[in-house]
Write a protein that binds this ligand. Structure first.
Ligand code: NAD
Length: 371
């Protein structure tokens, strides 16, 4: 496929190739869709096998961000960037500052944040050259660690699933399998424990499990056996593709609701199989949007209270997705996609309708939106 065919296949707006040989910078910024607002998405640093692989990753991830922001009700579009290199040995101040210059050159069409392979420190270098960066340290006025907000959103999304199945959103007396005792998993366990949930917890890192179990009474399960445990809810909070041909037939749960990205190995195939098995699935990018909600909040002047309140709204979003799924007879992942596309179409229409006329955000009085 030619590069334009690649872009046209999923309606990407723009790709920026950033080259700074003296700084060792090779980066690709992909802007998928800016209908709702500037494209926001993290910068991944990875040793890609080829330039094509890097481009494909940027295209795939930026598209995912468009849908995540749209479903979360944010005024943001979807973007993502990849830096080609080894995050363990290729990081330098000059590399990230040069990368920051490229972002500044986009004048706000793309806003970055940390992602796999990049850290808060790297984003501070980027910030020396551009305002268009989020997810920086609290000490610098940023939003800091997004995990508490992500976990709260997952908790409320889980309650919405219970409401859909039983008519009652209480989790008290229910059992939940939490896969991953990391940042999101551990905060999630605290919410669950406070509501009297029986928690089964797994992690390849036994120390992490111990720390969470001591606090919440969670019962340890071997990572390999986690898919065979009988419980009400499965909450993947570790890695992606955990719902696949091997694990799906083994699951003995009624609900899947967790924080991990890309939980279904094959969205269409496994999304349908879950429907056939009568397992209610909260689409991952809708239920784990708390992290994005947190950084989006930073753009308005960060308040954790506001970010947490906004993450509670994931409850209503998940219920809306299930209503669409029921009304249209489609799996939840498809309903979620529809919700996002509907919102983009409606807000896109609104923007076109008022283009050239003074609106509430038109601070300059000349009919042009500056954000
Ligand atoms: P983390 O690295 O803090 O925690 C992940 C945990 O999973 C680690 O403790 C790790 O040991 C464990 N793990 C790895 N492989 C495992 C396996 N095979 N079995 C059991 N446990 C395993 O990461 P996190 O920030 O808690 O994020 C967890 C997931 O949620 C990731 O998929 C991430 O992309 C997603 N997510 C996180 C946020 C956020 O705010 N942190 C936001 C959105 C999505």
């Amino acid at each position: 496929m030619s590069i334009f065919q690649e872009l046209e296949a999923n309606s990407h707006e723009q790709v920026i190739i950033c080259s700074g040989p003296k700084a060792g910078l090779r980066a690709i910024i992909a802007i998928h869709d800016t209908t709702l607002g500037p494209a926001l998405g993290g910068t991944r640093m990875w040793t890609y096998a080829s330039d094509e692989d890097a481009l494909r990753d940027a295209l795939r991830l930026s598209r995912g961000m468009t849908y995540k922001a749209a479903v979360a009700g944010l005024n943001l579009g979807g973007g993502k960037a990849v830096i080609l290199g080894d995050p363990r040995k290729d990081k330098t101040e000059i590399l990230f500052r040069m990368y920051g210059r490229f972002i500044e050159g986009l004048a706000g069409r793309y806003i970055t944040a940390e992602d796999v392979g990049t850290s808060v420190r790297d984003m501070e270098w980027v910030r020396m050259e551009t305002r268009y960066v989020t997810g920086i340290d609290k000490a610098l006025g940023g939003s800091g660690d997004p995990s508490p907000v992500t976990a709260l959103g997952v908790y409320y999304g889980m309650k919405a699933c219970a409401k859909k199945l039983t008519g009652n959103d209480s989790l008290s007396g229910k059992s939940v399998i939490v896969q991953g005792a990391g940042n999101v998993g551990s905060y999630l366990c605290s919410h669950l424990a406070s509501e009297g949930v029986k928690i089964f917890l797994t992690d390849i890192d036994r120390e992490r499990v111990k720390a969470v179990s001591d606090r919440t009474g969670a019962e340890y399960v071997d990572p390999e056996k986690i898919y065979d445990v009988g419980a009400d809810i499965f909450a993947p909070c570790a890695m992606g593709a955990v719902v696949n041909d091997d694990t799906l037939p083994r699951l003995k749960v009624q609900i899947i609701a967790g924080g991990a990205n890309n939980q279904l190995a094959d969205e269409e195939k496994h999304g349908r199989m879950l429907v056939e098995r009568g397992i209610l699935y909260a689409p991952d990018y809708a239920i784990n949007a708390g992290g994005l909600i947190n950084v989006a909040n930073e753009l308005e002047g960060y308040s954790q209270e506001r970010a947490l309140a906004r993450a509670e709204g994931i409850y209503a979003t998940i219920l809306e997705i299930f209503s669409i799924a029921e009304a249209e007879g489609v799996p939840s992942y498809e309903a979620s996609r529809k919700l996002a596309e509907d919102r983009m179409a409606k807000i896109g229409h609104l923007k076109k309708f008022f283009a050239g006329r003074a609106g509430p955000h038109d601070r300059n009085g000349d009919g042009h939106h500056r954000n």
